[in-house]
Write a new protein. Structure first.
Length: 320
C-alpha cells in the first residue's frame, strides 16, 4: 500500500476515534447521552431521559449528588419518602392517598403541598415552555417510583384537570410575546458587561460565566414563561427564589448590611450584596439579623430604557 495513503487512513481513523471519544465524554459530563435522549414511551428509562432532558427537572432538583437542589428538594429515595408523606397527609384528612398519588400531585399541582424549608415555585411542567404530554408525565413518575420503590404504572392516575390542560395546549393557543423585538446579541453584551446599566453577570451565571449571587440562568427560558421573565426583571421582589432570600444585618456599631447569605459557620456569616461583593461579618458583631421581602436585585424598570430591556429579554429567551 502507498505509504502516504496509509498515513492518511491512519490519521482518519485516529481523528474519528478521538471525536467519538470526545463526544462521549461531553455526553457523560452533561448527564445525557444520545441513546437515552431517543427513548420514548412510558418507562423509567424514558422518564429518566425526560427528567434530565426535556423536563429540565434537574435544574431545580437533585437525585443524590446529581442535579441542583438549591430551589427544590433532593429526590433521592423519593418513593420511600412519599410513603411517609402520604401517611402524614392521610392523618391530616387526605384519606386514601398513596405514595404514587403524592408523587402525581407533586407534579400536577406542586403548590398543594410544599415541603418544609421550600417555597411553592415549581412550574407546571405540562404548560409552556416545558409542555410535557400525558405520556411523558407518566414516564417521569415511573422513573421517580424507582427512587426507593418499585414501578407500578397502574397506580398512576393523571388528574382530569391536567389532561384537559394538555389537550387545550395541543390546540395551539397563541403564546404571549413582548410587543417589541429585541436584539439578543446586544442583550448578551449588556448582561455580561458589569459596567453597563444591567450588569446581570455580577450576580447571575450563564454557562459558568458570571457570579453565583442569584439563581443560575443557563436554561431559564426552558422552564419559565416570558411573563415570568418580564416580572423577574421589572418586579424582582415578586418572587424570590428559594436559597436566594435577602437578609438584613444590623451590627453592634449600627451598620446596616443587606445581602444574600452565602455561607455560615459558628463564628462567621457571609453575605453577598447587589454589587456581587462578599461581606464577612463576625457573629459577635451582629446585633440583629432578619430575612427580608425585598430582593437585592435592582429594579431595572427604573434604570433600563425600553430598548435595553427588550434586548436583555431577547437574550434570556435564547437560554433554553
Amino acid at each position: 500500500m502507498n505509504r502516504p495513503f496509509l498515513n492518511v487512513v491512519i490519521f482518519t481513523f485516529v481523528f474519528v476515534g478521538s471525536v467519538v471519544w470526545l463526544c462521549g465524554l461531553l455526553s457523560r459530563i452533561s448527564g445525557e447521552s444520545a441513546s437515552i435522549a431517543t427513548i420514548t414511551g412510558i418507562s423509567p428509562e424514558a422518564g429518566e431521559s425526560i427528567f434530565w432532558g426535556k423536563g429540565k427537572c434537574h435544574t431545580c432538583h437533585q437525585i443524590g449528588t446529581r442535579g441542583s437542589a438549591v430551589r427544590c428538594p433532593n429526590l433521592e429515595n423519593i418513593a420511600e419518602k412519599a410513603v411517609e408523606r402520604a401517611a402524614e397527609r392521610a392523618a391530616q384528612g387526605d384519606t386514601g392517598m398513596t405514595a404514587t398519588d403524592y408523587i402525581v400531585e407533586s407534579i400536577s399541582f406542586p403548590n398543594n403541598y410544599v415541603v418544609d424549608g421550600f417555597k411553592g415555585e415549581m412550574p407546571f411542567v405540562y404548560e409552556p415552555p416545558i409542555s410535557l404530554n400525558q405520556e411523558e408525565l407518566m414516564a417521569v413518575i415511573t422513573y421517580l417510583q424507582t427512587q426507593g420503590g418499585e414501578v407500578d404504572q397502574s397506580a398512576i392516575k393523571i388528574p382530569v384537570e391536567v389532561v384537559k390542560k394538555i389537550s387545550a395546549g395541543k390546540k395551539g393557543a397563541v403564546a404571549w410575546a413582548p410587543y417589541m423585538e429585541g436584539d439578543p446579541e446586544v442583550g448578551e453584551s449588556l448582561f455580561f458587561d458589569t459596567k453597563s446599566r444591567a450588569g446581570c453577570a455580577k450576580c447571575h451565571t450563564v454557562k459558568d460565566k458570571g457570579e453565583k449571587i442569584g439563581p443560575e440562568l443557563t436554561t431559564v427560558a426552558g422552564t419559565r414563561t416570558v411573563q415570568f421573565l418580564v416580572e423577574s426583571i421589572l418586579k424582582p421582589s415578586a418572587v424570590i427564589a428559594s436559597g436566594f432570600e435577602p437578609y438584613l444585618i444590623i451590627t453592634t456599631d449600627g451598620e446596616y448590611i443587606t445581602g444574600v447569605k452565602k455561607s455560615e459557620d459558628e463564628e462567621w456569616i457571609e453575605l453577598a450584596n447587589q454589587e456581587g461583593e462578599i461581606i464577612e461579618i463576625h457573629k459577635d458583631d451582629i446585633e440583629t439579623i432578619a430575612p427580608q421581602t425585598t430582593s437585592i436585585m435592582p429594579n431595572f424598570s427604573k434604570t433600563l430604557n425600553m430598548e435595553e430591556f427588550h434586548n436583555i429579554l431577547a437574550f434570556l429567551l435564547r437560554l433554553q
